[in-house]
Design a protein around this ligand. Structure first.
Ligand SMILES: Nc1ncnc2c1ncn2[C@@H]1O[C@H](COP(=O)(O)OP(=O)(O)OP(=O)(O)O)[C@@H](O)[C@H]1O
Ligand SMILES: [Zn+2]
Ligand SMILES: [Zn+2]
Length: 919
């Protein structure tokens, strides 16, 4: 954070009145958003919004990050709006001064507007949106610190130049940064040197000029501390009016204030060794020369730890070389961005006609537009993304690529890294806080780059966005169910593309019905939404102007439909065989594997090919019950049965709740009737792998589910093992269905499709079709033809038929007709109110009261209140109300604050806009 400190707090603090802008400033007050709810004496303007005065000489603009006093604390906040005139009734003396500008222009206008749209559309306070967008813990928990400047240190040490060279500031200045920054810093030193000398000459008079008693106390405290550095809070505790004292010292240039990022997210420093001598003199021992040679061969610069490791040397030899003047050792910041193994450089492929056409269309787009790239599995969508991004990087722009799950990022990121090298960074919630923080700061530099990330990466603060891509755009993991805001990354991406005026590419083999309908309607020339043209870019001077405006879905962009109807090299899509498990039973096959699948598994080994087995559930079995009395083992906190988990021979047998993670040991006897005959029902990944091991001992297996991929890097390790041929069969859940591109996989088996089909959700069919098509699409991507076997007890289901015939069009046609008839999305819109409480009666009553109040609005269709699909989870009782309305005419929506006020304290309410899970 040091660099920023230098930029943020000027080394020389201007005397009041000296500022050339002083006269021009009319707006003397500013509304500041702080991340601190609750009561304080500050003048409140709205939720988390407080009014402050701008001290003379301090220039503040909306979007700056500020430091403000708040009660007895100091907080970080965002400047929202400048205010020229105050209402007459405001007690002026209650308004406190802004302390300082921490970072200028942090939220650019378009970024801020994005925050506001998310806040309005998802009925979430803006501070919650900001929390979602920033790396964890960046706002609010930052600590303001005060330290002596060079002049301050001179005053304190009252000694010579040498002492000055060891002040915190000088240490900062001596940090090795890029040559440009270094140049800047060196210049600063020169100036500073003058100040320093002046300070030395002058210090007595400087001190006498400080005529504030508290300031003197603070100076003393800082002098006694070896680094000359304290948190403001500490000073505040020690000195009654620390606030004024610090201001005085700041004004005199004796101290400077800086913001220390949260503990978790401090920059990481390591020692770097740089070769500074060009010739090696005879004063060197052979060993020393050896080390210098290594350094030279590696380009003259290495981390010290690396150098020592390569040379198998100790740090004392480095010290000697420093003393002899051959090398310098400096502390340097290491960015904790996710590392990947070195990759062979990859060249753009020659596109086939459909790819070339798609690329050309994308490249001719100028500004905001939406492209649906509908390409069957293995049609080369990723290659189109890569080639669309390449020219953008050439002109200094950046690209944002969103992917559904971390499970598939290693392979995808490798492909991007092989093409674009270290211009690629990864951003998702499985990174450590430090990694997230550093990756995020890397984005702020504005260098052209590619960011690949999951849902929340849609908020990546890339300044020069040239393209946004959502890969597998239909995937439901782009939607956040909780916590609030319950945003959908696709919706946010549409706003963002509009605000940044860049194209948005939605890629999928099985587009969501939302995206499909929007291109179909564009085709038919119909306008779906009536409010086009209402909005240009927001007024940028005034941040909060839209705070009260009504929320709106993204504007229709000019949209394009691009199709990649064939696989690369005209490879056929794999034939899909449907096996009716009822018939298997009739033929006396009681195994969980049909005869077809057994035969195919048998052949795998013989043909030296690989297969993927998809199971809907992790764990062993869905439930355990007693054969004697029928008792089912259930979670004591949720209304669900416990799943049996048994990882391997000798491991403890456990029962686990998949909702709240409650875990207990597997009982030997029925808790109800003490019978020893407990039976497992349903099959999860564990049971299937056990069964496989029994029936096909020759097959080597890898289990890939959330149990086996919990550790960091596990996804990559398991997938690499499989890709290297260390196993014959990959057995896993949902997370292996997407994006895997392994040419040697010829067989895909779906153990039981029924778990996907029989969900009581209006989206169940769509989701089942998408999942099964994606899984099937993993087979036959190489030279050997693929084969897919889907086992089911309901072979007549229309989804099964559509998957068999690879027929997206007629499936979505039929599905859309049903949705339209019932006014479900994408025709109608939904808002789901989720209520929960520890008190079963109160939550039910509240739900009833809310539903009654809401039904007064005739434009809304109210469904419910109804208990949630699983009434009790983690001891909380859950009820819900579904609100349905027409998408094209936004009705007068309820006043959510009023709705909230109907909820007693013990009942919590979440408003889920455009919910995907309504079970
Ligand atoms: N023009 C091309 N010539 C040769 N090979 C190509 C070409 N385009 C893509 N490929 C290769 O074809 C394979 C499939 O491409 P890719 O993974 O991009 O498909 P996809 O459409 O993204 O698939 P899915 O949606 O199923 O994940 C990859 O191995 C890719 O390197
Ligand atoms: Zn029993
Ligand atoms: Zn539970």
């Amino acid at each position: 954070m040091y660099i920023n400190d230098l930029n943020l707090s000027p080394l020389v603090v201007a005397e009041p009145g000296e500022s050339y802008q002083a006269g021009a400033i009319l707006n003397r007050w500013v509304e500041v958003l702080v991340d601190c709810p609750g009561t304080s004496t500050e003048v409140e303007k709205g939720p988390n919004l407080y009014l402050y005065r701008l001290p003379t000489g301090l220039e503040v603009k909306p979007g700056d990050i500020l430091n403000v006093p708040f009660g007895a604390q100091h907080l970080t906040g965002v400047a929202i709006r400048l205010v020229a005139k105050l209402p007459a009734d405001l007690p002026l003396e209650k308004i406190r001064d802004v302390e300082d500008v921490i970072q200028k222009n942090f939220f650019r206008d378009s970024y801020w507007t994005l925050m506001e749209r998310v806040s309005q559309y998802y009925y979430t306070q803006i501070i919650q949106v900001i929390r979602t967008a920033l790396p964890p813990g960046l706002l609010g928990r930052s600590q303001r610190r005060i330290r002596l400047t060079v002049a301050g240190a001179a005053v304190s040490t009252n000694t010579n130049i040498n002492a000055l060279l060891d002040t915190p500031l000088m240490r900062v200045v001596r940090q090795p940064y890029s040559s440009l920054i270094r140049f800047y810093l060196l210049n600063t030193i020169e100036n500073d040197y003058l100040i320093k000398i002046l300070a030395l000459l002058n210090f007595q008079s400087l001190v006498t000029k400080v005529n504030n008693k508290d300031a003197h106390k603070i100076l003393q405290l800082l002098q006694q501390q070896s680094d000359g550095d304290y948190s403001f809070r500490y000073l505040h505790n020690q000195v009654p009016r620390a606030y004024q004292g610090v201001r005085e010292l700041l004004r005199r240039g004796l101290v400077e204030s800086y913001l220390e990022p949260p503990q978790l997210t401090k920059p990481k420093f390591e020692k770097a060794v740089t070769l500074v001598a060009s010739t090696f003199e005879p004063d060197l021992t052979t060993r020393q020369r050896e080390i210098l040679e290594v350094l030279r061969r590696r380009g003259g610069e290495l981390w010290q730890s690396e150098l020592l490791q390569i040379c198998n040397a100790s740090s004392s030899i480095v010290k000697t070389l420093v003393q002899k003047g051959y090398i310098v050792v400096e502390e340097r910041e290491v960015l904790r961005t996710e590392q990947s193994p070195a990759l062979a450089q990859d060249r753009p492929k020659t596109l086939n006609a459909a790819q070339a056409n798609a690329l050309e269309t994308i490249q001719t787009l100028n500004g905001y537009a939406q492209v649906l790239l509908h390409g069957v599995t293995g049609s080369g969508k990723t290659e189109v993304y890569l080639q669309a991004i390449a020219p953008l990087l050439q002109v200094g722009k950046s690209a944002l690529v969103l992917v559904p799950e971390i499970g598939l990022t290693p392979q995808l990121t490798d492909r991007f890294r092989a093409r674009f090298g270290n211009k690629v960074s990864v951003y998702h919630s499985a990174l450590s806080d430090g990694e997230r923080y550093d990756t995020w700061r890397q984005m702020l530099t504005g260098e052209s780059q590619v960011v690949i990330g999951t849902r929340s990466a849609i908020f990546a603060p890339l300044p020069n966005l040239g393209l946004i891509i959502l890969d597998e755009e239909h995937d439901s993991s782009f939607k956040q169910d909780s916590p609030i805001p319950t945003y959908h990354a696709r919706t946010v991406a549409q706003w963002r593309a509009e605000l940044e005026n860049c194209p948005l590419v939605l890629g999928s083999a099985t587009p969501s019905l939302e995206s499909w309908l929007s291109v179909k309607e564009e085709d038919a020339g119909t306008e779906r939404r009536g409010d086009a043209g209402k909005e240009g870019h927001e007024d940028t001077e005034n941040f909060s102007q839209t705070l009260s405006a009504s929320p709106r879905p993204p504007l229709p962009a000019s949209s394009y439909y691009l199709s990649l109807p064939q696989r690369i090299n005209s490879r056929p899509l794999p034939p899909v065989e449907i096996v009716d498990m009822r018939e298997e039973l009739q033929h006396g096959n009681r195994s969980i594997f049909s005869r077809s699948l057994q035969e195919a598994l048998q052949q795998l080994k013989e043909r030296q090919q690989q297969g993927i087995l998809f199971i809907h559930r992790r764990g062993h079995s869905t439930f355990v019950s007693c054969r004697s009395c029928g008792y089912v083992l259930e979670c004591p906190y949720c209304d669900v049965s416990l799943a049996y988990h048994h990882t391997e021979e000798g491991a403890p047998e456990l029962l686990r709740c998949h909702y709240c993670n409650y875990t207990r040991s597997h009982p030997k006897f029925c808790p109800d009737c003490s019978s020893p005959y407990l039976k497992f029902f349903g099959s999860g990944t564990q049971k299937v792998t056990q069964e496989l091991a029994r029936q096909f001992p020759q097959l080597r297996l890898i289990r890939f589910d959330s149990d086996t991929t919990r550790n960091k890097g596990a996804h990559r390790t398991l997938l690499t093992q499989f890709a290297n041929g260390e196993a014959d069969l990959l057995v896993g859940t949902q997370m292996l269905t997407k994006g895997l591109d392994l040419p040697q996989v010829t067989l895909v088996g779906v153990v039981a499709a029924d778990g996907l089909l029989n969900l009581s959700d209006y989206r169940a069919s769509e989701r089942a079709f998408q999942t099964l098509t994606q899984v099937a699409g993993r087979a036959g991507r190489g030279d050997d033809p693929g084969r897919v076997i889907v086992q089911t007890y309901t072979s007549e289901h229309p989804v099964i038929e559509a998957v068999r015939s690879h027929d997206y069009q007629s499936f979505s046609q039929a599905e859309l007709e049903q949705r339209q008839a019932l006014n479900y999305p994408p025709y109608g819109r939904l808002i789901l109110l989720r209520l929960s409480s520890l008190d079963p009666i109160q939550v039910q009553n509240t739900a009833q009261i809310l539903a009654t109040a809401l039904s007064e609005n005739e434009e809304l269709e109210i469904l419910g209140p109804a208990p949630a699909g699983i009434l009790r989870v983690a001891n909380r009782y859950r009820w819900q109300i579904l609100i349905k309305f027409a998408a094209d005419e936004l009705p007068q929506l309820p006043d959510w604050e009023q709705v909230r006020s109907l909820c007693p304290q013990s009942v919590s309410l979440t408003i889920d806009v455009d919910p995907l899970n309504i079970m």
